[in-house]
Design a protein around this ligand. Structure first.
Ligand code: ZN
Length: 134
């Protein structure tokens, strides 16, 4: 893995969280994007090499809605950038980690992503991401 690409934070209300984080960081989000397949609206703030992703549920079935219901707002996942997501997925599966998706899927911010079940990673949801080169 190359670096922490971003940290995902689950929020109840994206518009007000965007304002709050813009004040905190003293800069605005550089991107606001809906990921329909995940049932979320996201925003991204750039802080040096790392980003902060805010996630708001757009429907009750969204993993973010379920997370907030169970645990409240807060840190939802840590995303690590990888060079070759397929290779990393098969390496981690062989190491005994549980992959939540068996093929990389399209994530926010122009990325291919895969999630690891938090039960296999000490309670922290792990996202692998690889930039899609266009
Ligand atoms: Zn993420």
């Amino acid at each position: 893995m190359l670096k922490v690409e971003h940290i995902g934070i689950a929020v109840q209300d994206l518009a007000s969280a965007n304002q709050l984080f813009a004040k905190l960081f003293n800069k605005a989000a550089y991107k606001i994007e809906e990921v329909e397949s995940e049932g979320v609206n996201t925003s991204f703030f750039q802080l040096g090499e790392t980003k902060i992703e805010l996630l708001e549920a757009t429907q009750e079935e969204s993993p973010i809605a379920k997370f907030i219901k169970k645990r409240g707002e807060g840190i939802h996942h840590i995303a690590y950038e990888v060079e070759n997501i397929e290779a990393e997925m098969s390496r981690l599966e062989k190491e005994g980690f549980t992959l939540l998706n068996k093929v990389p899927k399209q994530g926010a911010d122009n990325k291919l992503v895969c999630f690891l079940h938090p039960k296999s990673t000490n309670g922290v949801l792990v996202e692998l991401c690889q930039e899609i080169i266009k």
